[in-house]
Design a binder for this molecule. Structure first.
Ligand SMILES: [Zn+2]
Length: 215
């Protein structure tokens, strides 16, 4: 079975959104492109311009990201906030989701969501924070992608997956080296859904929030 992996750094899988960091090379598969906060610099606007033109050339670009906030690595908050806003605006314009990287930046995301009347669909990838924080995001178009943390039953990720509204759920491998099937397996045990049901759930969740569809 070929299951959708909505965020991976591994190339070459047919049903996967490969996160590309190199905008000069258009991958021959589904992909996302964004400015990771770790690598942001003063030239971010020029790079965002490149991403915009890639998005126009290639319908295989399915999402903007990963991008977002990181207080442990990367430049100062004001640069991170400006670059995030620019990318969120592009996602909104293209009507596709934004894949969020967020480390110690919950407040910065909330600040953006409170100020922005019409944010794009934001998929918080690698979710592993407390359910109390997740519930604060449910009034906004924020979705949750779960990956390697589900392997631990007592993780925050497993706890939130169990409570999370089903129409907000995605699954990913990120840079874990896991097979996507083992992530589906772990989610299937937590949710008491079959892997086939989960497969349909991920596809329908994606297609509800994106103009660029998967099947
Ligand atoms: Zn990643």
């Amino acid at each position: 079975m070929n299951l959708w992996d909505i965020h991976t750094h591994r190339r070459g899988t047919e049903k996967a959104i490969f996160n590309s960091l190199d905008f000069s090379d258009i991958p021959d598969q589904h992909f996302s492109a964004g400015l990771h906060p770790w690598f942001l610099d003063e030239n971010w606007e020029g790079k965002l311009h490149q991403i915009r033109s890639v998005s126009q050339q290639s319908p295989a670009l399915l999402a903007i990201g990963e991008c977002g906030f990181d207080r442990l690595r990367g430049p100062n908050n004001s640069l991170q906030k400006a670059a995030f806003r620019g990318q969120a605006d592009l996602a909104k314009e293209l009507e596709i989701p934004l894949i969020l990287h967020c480390v110690r930046g919950f407040d910065l995301l909330l600040e953006y969501l409170k100020a922005e009347k019409n944010p794009p669909a934001i998929i918080w990838h690698g979710w592993n924070l407390k359910p109390e924080l997740a519930t604060q995001l449910l009034q906004y178009p924020v979705f949750f992608s779960f990956g390697k943390h589900l392997q631990k039953k007592e993780s925050n990720a497993a706890g939130w997956l169990n409570l999370c509204p089903r129409d907000r759920i995605f699954l990913e491998t990120d840079d874990s080296g896991l097979e996507i099937s083992s992530v589906y397996q772990a989610a299937s045990l937590i949710l008491r859904l079959s892997v086939e049901e989960l497969e349909q759930l991920v596809i329908s969740n994606w297609n509800r929030i994106s103009k660029r569809k998967i099947e």
